[in-house]
Design a protein around this ligand. Structure first.
Ligand SMILES: C[S@@+](CC[C@H](N)C(=O)[O-])C[C@H]1O[C@@H](n2cnc3c(N)ncnc32)[C@H](O)[C@@H]1O
Length: 213
């Protein structure tokens, strides 16, 4: 298989073409099995069949991944079925170590009184987009998980490549070894782009957009 080429095929079939321990990083967002209407794929398996399929994929990922490789899996959940993400993580747990849990934040409300004297925050703010839940039981869901699995839990990361500048510049000397970058941490605010027309601007039913060019 060629590098930097997109193969539009079943992931298990595709991975069969790859040699053992030949892959540096796997980034995936499988179907969540929450009844989304895709063109071909049925998103309504029994939980048992779904988790069995996830496990088959995970075993194949383990085979192709290098020993110091990383496996990132993005998975969401619904208000009525909040265990999906954890059930999937628990299956993967049999084969990998959970090294990091990243929270993909899609929307957040920040009140000025909670942050105190931050020069850039001059009032209450609400940023990002989410699908409101019309319910008096459930809160609207504004985040998903990105689990970072590795074979032994000891893979070194170049954290500052996605670092953020210090808010208080006096910390550059104190903690930053004279570099104005600190660890971003595990809450990543990645909003959906503002769209006007769902069909035209977001044609895929489960869009996944990172702010890459
Ligand atoms: C939660 S969505 C992720 C969407 C993706 N992140 C994007 O933005 O295009 C799951 C995707 O997995 C695809 N899929 C389902 N079964 C698959 C399989 N066996 N092999 C490869 N892809 C599959 C679905 O068609 C769907 O596009």
């Amino acid at each position: 298989m060629d590098v930097n080429k997109i193969y539009c095929m079943d992931c298990l079939e595709g991975m069969k073409e790859l040699k053992d321990k030949s892959v540096d990083v796997v980034v995936t967002s499988p179907p969540y099995n929450i009844g989304i209407k895709y063109n071909k794929y049925s998103d309504n398996l029994s939980r048992e069949d779904y988790l069995n399929w996830i496990e088959e994929v995970v075993k194949e990922i383990k085979r192709v991944l290098k020993d110091d490789g990383s496996f990132f899996i993005n998975i969401g959940y619904t208000a009525k079925d909040p265990w999906i993400a954890f059930d999937v993580a628990n299956v993967i747990r049999k084969h990998f170590k959970l090294q990091n849990t990243i929270h993909w934040i899609k929307s957040i409300a920040i009140q000025k009184e909670d942050v105190g004297n931050y020069p850039n925050i001059i009032g209450d703010i609400v940023v990002g987009h989410y699908k409101p839940i019309n319910s008096d039981r459930y809160l609207s869901i504004m985040h998903e998980y990105i689990f970072h699995f590795t074979k032994n839990g000891d893979v070194k990361l170049d954290k500052l490549s996605i670092g953020v500048p210090y808010q208080d510049k006096s910390n550059i000397k104190r903690f930053g070894k004279n570099k104005d970058l600190r660890d971003r941490g595990n809450t990543w605010f990645i909003p959906y782009e503002t769209i006007q027309y769902r069909d035209k601007d977001r044609p895929h039913p489960a869009t996944f957009r990172f702010p890459f060019p």
